[in-house]
Design a protein around this ligand. Structure first.
Ligand code: CTP
Ligand code: CA
Length: 226
């Protein structure tokens, strides 16, 4: 094994990454969530560590083990994720990468007991969740911030709009309507946008895409620091 902690593209950097879905409780036995295996975020965490970074992975519930050398901080809800990611960034952070598939809404209240079925229809009242990425990228002391955007239509325009709205340095977009790519797959194809350019990576394994993304992010982070 080669030690890249001094020589890798992220040597000396602290990286905070969010990954996986969030879970928003409806009652003690039910929740609202999103499709997300966490594979992309875990692969990025592993590659960032190999590139010399200290890596903190704020992770929703996934069926993956902690990547070697990475500190995992488990969370459940979007509100937990904001808290845990914010305190990790407070500890000092050069690069923030948000890969999590956060539930945009949560039930207004969580029932204390299991909800019993009664009528033929039921309505659930939902409220907006906080946006971890927008909050961290909008801080006065914001780290270099990278977002992900999973879209089914107009990928480039939605992604670049998110980059501007959330004040991101880069956004990684993928078309999740492509069969066999994204979500639960081991493979992915992405287009990376930054103010002034774009480039496509893949289709390839999530590991290879993560390696190329880390190299690309490291380069842009280095330029931003100069
Ligand atoms: N994100 C976040 N917190 C949220 C929602 C999103 O940190 N509450 C982050 C995601 O991890 C991702 C980026 O923001 O890096 C874009 O997420 P996405 O769901 O594509 O964008 P939204 O702003 O939620 O817009 P919409 O779902 O309406 O397309
Ligand atoms: Ca969303």
């Amino acid at each position: 094994l080669v030690d890249h902690s001094r020589t890798g593209v992220l040597a000396g950097k602290t990286v905070v990454i969010t990954a996986g879905p969030t879970r928003e409780p409806i009652d003690p036995v039910r929740y609202i969530s999103n499709h997300s295996s966490g594979k992309m975020g875990y692969a990025l965490a592993s590659e960032a560590h190999k590139a010399g970074a200290r890596v903190i992975l704020v992770s929703g519930p996934v069926a993956l083990s902690a990547p070697i050398g990475v500190e995992v901080r488990p969370v459940l809800t979007a509100e937990d994720m904001l808290q845990e990611a914010s305190s990790a960034v407070d500890e000092g952070c050069d690069l923030f990468i948000a890969t999590a598939a956060v539930a945009d809404y949560r039930p207004e209240t969580c029932a204390g007991d299991k909800i019993k079925k009664s009528s033929d229809a039921m309505a659930l009242s939902l409220v907006r969740n906080p946006d971890t990425l927008a909050t961290i990228a909008g801080r006065d002391d914001a780290p270099f911030s990278v977002g992900f955007a999973a879209e089914t239509t107009d990928v480039a325009s939605y992604a670049t709009d998110k980059m501007q709205r959330k004040k991101l340095n880069m956004i990684v977009a993928n078309d999740v309507s492509t069969p066999g790519l994204g979500f639960n797959s081991d493979n992915n194809a992405v287009t990376v946008f930054w103010p002034g350019g774009q480039t496509s990576i893949g289709p390839d394994s999530k590991t290879n895409i993560a390696r190329q993304l880390v190299a690309m992010i490291g380069e842009h982070l280095g330029q931003a620091a100069r």
